[in-house]
Design a binder for this molecule. Sequence first.
Ligand code: MLT
Length: 406
Amino acid sequence: MFKVNDNYLKLPGSYLFSTIGKKVSAYSAAHPEAKIIRLGIGDVTQPLAPAIIEALHSAVDEMGKAETFHGYAPDLGYEFLRNAIAEQDYKARGCEISADEIFVSDGAKCDCGNIQEIFSLDNRIAVCDPVYPVYVDSNVMAGRTGTYDSGTETWSDVIYMPCTADNGFAPELPSKTPDLIYLCFPNNPTGAAIGKAQLQEWVDYANKVGAVILYDAAYEAYISEPDVPHSIYECEGARTCAIEFRSFSKNAGFTGVRLGFTVIPKELKAGDVSLHALWARRHGTKYNGAPYIVQKAGAAVYTEAGREQLKKQVAYYMNNARYIYEGLKEAGYTVSGGVNAPYIWLKAPNGMTSWEFFDYLLEKVNVVGTPGSGFGPSGETYFRLTAFGTYENTVEAVDRIKNMKL
Ligand code: MLT
């Protein structure tokens, strides 16, 4: 008789955004007249920029002619894209990353979830609390997290690094020594960012204790303050301790197109074993590459026209962020984030729990957000709103919240 991977049975509930989706669908079915505004999942709403559309059309045409047709993509991704990434995301910022250290994929979520496969099961992970659920859940599935305590909503073998108002939503170095440290800055869900000196401390720490930092930089395009690093490789020593994940979802609206990449420097080793070689082996075995037309669209992000158009798109969302931040502050809410990230993190009013506030907002004003407790115990009583809505919906949602009776 076959057996299932019973680590899956340990997962409490369904994936956060699936739970929210189901709740909203049920509400919508019961109240078909409600005009629901969704500021829950961080999904973009603006159409792809013209430079990207043009690149997609022309790549589709190439696929229709024998002489320009493309089959399987190269394992690590097409050079035209990896060279553009190496030049513009790294060299231009003074980071020493070469094109052959970049692995193109269909998105950062998959890479963040899959990367744990190349590490031993007895590695101890450390995560921020609250945290993007993929980091923890993918380790639960692998059997690396011990037992779940439903009272505290924590796993026995995970090191939690609370990110609270007291520490400015930036984690402190953990008291127990981890092997793998997940960091995401600018942060999802709190919208907090850390400066270069703070990130350097993490790099120094990881090199000292022999840990690897798994650095999720999916929101780097939203950084507006000069001291905030766009890449962990801006820090000295990061090449021997850090893997970085990047996404095209948030900077270029590829949530439905799918493209991302992971950087693994060749110096990053466990003894003699190169993590770059292990990930290359995995990538080659389990993945056939992002489609040619999508990689061509990705390359358009780095053209002059693409860069110009996307700067405007990011500014559009950050204008929403400002509107939410200022509107809610004016209404008396305690708010943070929204300066270097498209997420606003707010305290639920009147002592409500995160889910109580979720239900309250949905029922009273038909606005959907994400309950902070869904990201971890330190997220309890907090709530996340995304700036990725349309401007019109954002304004309407904020006005509804401001006029809502508490
Ligand atoms: C979020 O809402 O946290 C993100 O959109 C999820 C993701 O990027 O996978």
